[in-house]
Design a protein around this ligand. Structure first.
Ligand code: HEC
Length: 141
């Protein structure tokens, strides 16, 4: 039995609100995806699974452009980063250090597109995204 001081009708309405939030994407701010799900997505699009060592190299070195990923996200990206040109503070990118990282597919796709264009002067392919994410997921406290 659920022990509570709340009257039953109150409890029922609270539960109904909770369920409604879960069923209505965009209204609750619950995570819509996870880093692990994103890694699965890119692994299945790429011909081979993400490789953390390759991802580490891609992340930390310049790839033709003026910046590397690390220029803004830091090395390793487990603490706050700082935008290389605007100085804007950026939350840690590694999921184990930031519960909001990789929780929104639209945001992930948008920033991958934009940041890869800055760093590689083209979009990243699925294999490169899988490599970067495998690297980010290998970073633990
Ligand atoms: C010029 C600065 C800059 C560079 C270089 C850069 N990023 Fe970012 N990145 C940002 C900013 C700013 C955000 C948005 C942060 C926020 O809203 O919390 C971001 C967000 C992201 C996100 C979304 C994370 C999330 O919250 O889900 C990913 C993924 C990402 N970057 C990957 C990369 C990768 C991979 C590279 C290298 C190819 C890279 N970034 C290089 C500035 C940069």
């Amino acid at each position: 039995m659920l022990k509570t001081h709340l009257p039953t009708h109150r409890l029922v309405s609270l539960l109904a609100t909770a369920v409604a939030c879960m069923l209505t994407p965009g209204i609750s701010n619950a995570a819509e995806t996870t880093a692990a799900q994103q890694l699965d997505r890119w692994n299945s699009q790429a011909s081979s699974p993400g490789n953390a060592d390759r991802g580490k190299v891609l992340f930390n070195t310049r790839q033709g452009g003026e910046w590397s990923c690390a220029s803004c996200h830091g090395t390793p990206p487990t603490a706050q980063g700082k935008h290389a040109s605007t100085g804007k503070v950026i939350s840690p990118l590694a999921p184990a250090f930031n519960r909001n990282a990789f929780t929104d597919t639209t945001k992930i796709d948008k920033w991958f597109r934009r940041n890869c264009k800055d760093v590689l002067e083209r979009e990243c392919n699925a294999g490169e995204k899988a490599d970067v994410l495998a690297y980010l997921l290998s970073l633990k406290p």
